[in-house]
Design a protein around this ligand. Structure first.
Ligand code: AMP
Length: 217
């Protein structure tokens, strides 16, 4: 029997992880688990927990390791994650990586993927990004809906996400370099890292990712 596929994916904010994760999850038949999406869903409920999480996210900071442990432990114990998963956005710090190892012991994760896009490219991408408040469609400055502020699909307001503002983006990119990038060498030392360049045609990047995952480190 083929072992369950336990994948994690790294990449700077704006590296195109969302798009590629949807494809990879469908390709391998495993759930895409995004801690950012889970936290945004909590924030949208308006609960006390949600509001505290939203304040942290809007400021470009990281939610505490203790809170994240609860979130991740619970999600990975759900039945759909038993046969493998693609974890996106976690771990982001050394304590989180060690926690994940302990939760998944003795095997740990099978593979960490680094979707690599240079910092100047992602900064430009994110700060130009706009989103429809009603239907969630993503636009970029230069597109009619982004420039006019009115969604071509549903007429909703098209705005910049709070955490896509330049000061917040700069802070998040700096946090990535300080806290998350060192994890790449940590997984490389365990011979569990593959790196794929995330620049170019999304279809080509998706193909490269599948090839890299199948080939392994
Ligand atoms: P993302 O969509 O992965 O960029 O996550 C959006 C925001 O959620 C991040 O900027 C953090 O504030 C928070 N977040 C997501 N995952 C984590 C994590 N593993 N540890 C701490 N904070 C996280």
């Amino acid at each position: 029997m083929q072992p369950a596929l336990r994948l994690i994916i790294f990449g700077r904010q704006g590296a195109g992880k969302g798009t590629q994760c949807t494809r990879l999850a469908a390709h391998f038949g495993i759930p895409h688990i995004s801690t950012g999406d889970m936290l945004r869903a909590s924030a949208a409920t308006g609960s006390e927990f949600g509001r505290s999480v939203k304040a942290i996210m809007d400021g470009g900071g990281l939610v505490s390791d203790e809170i994240m442990e609860g979130v991740v432990r619970e999600r990975l114990s759900m039945p759909d994650a038993v046969d493998g998963f693609l974890l996106d956005g976690y771990p982001r710090t050394q304590p989180q990586a060690e926690f994940l190892n302990s939760v998944l012991a003795p095997r740990g994760i099978d593979l960490a993927i680094n979707l690599d896009v240079p910092e100047d490219v992602v900064f430009e991408r994110i700060t130009r990004r706009r989103v429809c408040e009603s239907c969630g469609t993503i636009y970029s400055l230069g597109e009619e809906s982004a420039d006019s502020g009115s969604c071509a699909k549903c007429g909703g307001g098209v705005v910049q996400r709070d955490d896509d503002r330049p000061d917040s983006v700069a802070k998040r990119l700096a946090t990535y370099v300080e806290q998350t990038e060192p994890l790449l060498s940590w997984f490389a030392d365990q011979n569990k890292l593959v790196t794929v360049l995330g620049v170019g045609d999304p279809d080509d990047i998706a193909t490269s990712l599948v090839e890299a995952i199948v080939a392994g480190p």
